[in-house]
Design a protein around this ligand. Structure first.
Ligand code: CTP
Length: 398
């Protein structure tokens, strides 16, 4: 699976370093070539001999000794991925601050490949505002952070901060960086988030959609090689995702215009946005003043974007819609698929726990135009996105 792939593996001074031999074994077994760099304090937690034996390469620790200089620039260029696991609080802060006082940091600052880190620290350190800020800085630099686990920590305290398990780290790396790019050369269009319909200059009608599901789908399509455009309604998360073209759409009409402009050149279209069905018929130019005890706002229907896309769909285009239902879920989803001329419809039932707006998880069933149905367990939104994209690839691109 990782044949010919080169992993530069940085190990820092944290108790979780004792798990790194397992990660190396998994990488080597999958065919990767692994070179290990340790920070000086990591040497106290795991033996160099173990690491060099398992990685089949000498373990590097020093920028230079009396006779040689470790070429950190070449190491950073050699690697397909730089993995730093465990990432200690100390190395994290140096990476965020641009401080370079050992070989691992020098390699990090000169790396031209993707960087992925698996933090490991005690719960209080993990939640400290300085750590939170440093993690955001790394994300802003484009580094990928593997989520920490919750469990018993080295201090004996139960909480968040444990390094992800070796198997999870391995899966994360293969799933993030080394997936086959079945969608390369394809264009994908994804919509995400709510729309805000103006009542007056200070008020709007909106909904609780966070955009997380659509963003996760856009990222997954991008990972599989698609050229992705994301049209996002007003959402909290800043949509600056490397390699994804992000467009803003505030209202249902703006989302309609943006989707129509991108539709024709797209091969795969996923409408994950929670578009308002109604908008104020006469939005007020001035702020509406408080007056009588009741206030009537007349609403008119918005255009159904997906339905219009369905009418324009050409052979070869794959159109995917969502159906968020509270009753008669299966039937309603099938009706939406037919009425909107969809190839797939992804059903969320609000009756399922952990599904829908605001949750980090979702539980879906995918219905297909040709009959087969795919039911999935409750999963994190990135995992759900993977299931959706896998289904699209399986049905149309394999
Ligand atoms: N949708 C759309 N334009 C709208 C409303 C919905 O493109 N004006 C899309 C959504 O992005 C979703 C699908 O249609 O992919 C279904 O949305 P949903 O709200 O479940 O259904 P509606 O068609 O709006 O019908 P209802 O609200 O009556 O269930």
């Amino acid at each position: 699976m990782l044949k010919g792939k080169k992993i530069l593996f940085g190990i820092t001074g944290s108790i979780a370093a004792y798990k790194t031999p397992y990660i190396i074994r998994l990488l080597i077994k999958a065919g990767a070539e692994v070179k290990v760099i340790m920070t000086p304090s990591a040497k106290g937690f795991v033996s160099k001999l173990t690491l060099s034996t398992l990685s089949r390469n000498p373990v590097l620790t020093d920028l230079f000794d009396e006779e040689s200089w470790a070429n950190h620039v070449m190491l950073g260029r050699w690697a397909d991925v730089l993995l730093i696991a465990p990432l200690s609080c100390n190395t994290l802060s140096k990476m965020a601050a641009g401080q370079c006082d050992n070989l691992l940091l020098a390699s990090y600052f000169s790396a031209t490949c993707p960087v992925v880190v698996a933090p490991s620290m005690d719960e209080d350190m993990w939640h400290h505002p300085a750590t939170r800020q440093n993690i955001s800085k790394l994300e802003h630099f484009g580094n990928v952070v593997i989520p920490v686990d919750k469990g018993e920590l080295a201090s004996g305290i139960y909480g968040e901060g444990r390094m992800a398990e070796p198997e999870q780290i391995f899966q994360f790396i293969t799933g993030t960086f080394f997936l086959p790019k079945q969608l390369s050369g394809r264009k994908a269009l994804v919509s995400a988030g709510p729309t805000y319909e103006h009542i007056d200059p200070v008020r709007f009608i909106g909904n609780h959609s966070t955009g997380k599901m659509g963003i996760a789908i856009a990222k997954e399509l991008h990972k599989r090689g698609a050229d992705v455009t994301l049209i996002a309604g007003p959402i909290q998360e800043a949509v600056t995702i490397a390699g994804i073209k992000a467009l803003d759409a505030g209202t249902a009409q703006e989302m309609y215009d943006a989707c129509m402009a991108e539709f024709e050149s797209s091969d795969i279209i996923v409408m994950a946005a929670a578009v308002a069905d109604y908008t104020p018929a006469y939005p007020s130019k001035e702020k509406i003043k408080k007056g009588s005890d009741t206030l009537m706002i007349e609403l008119k229907k918005t255009k159904d974007i997906l339905k219009d896309l369905g009418k324009r769909k050409k052979p070869g285009q794959v159109l995917v819609g969502f159906a968020l239902e509270t009753t008669d879920e299966r039937n309603n989803a099938l009706v939406k698929m037919k009425e909107k001329n969809l190839d797939l419809v992804v059903l969320n039932s609000l009756r399922d726990e952990g599904a829908g707006f605001g949750f980090d998880t979702n539980k879906i069933t995918i219905f297909t135009k040709n009959g087969p149905e795919f039911r999935f367990e409750q999963k994190s939104k990135p995992e759900v996105a993977k299931d959706i994209v896998d289904t699209i690839i399986h049905l149309y691109y394999e």
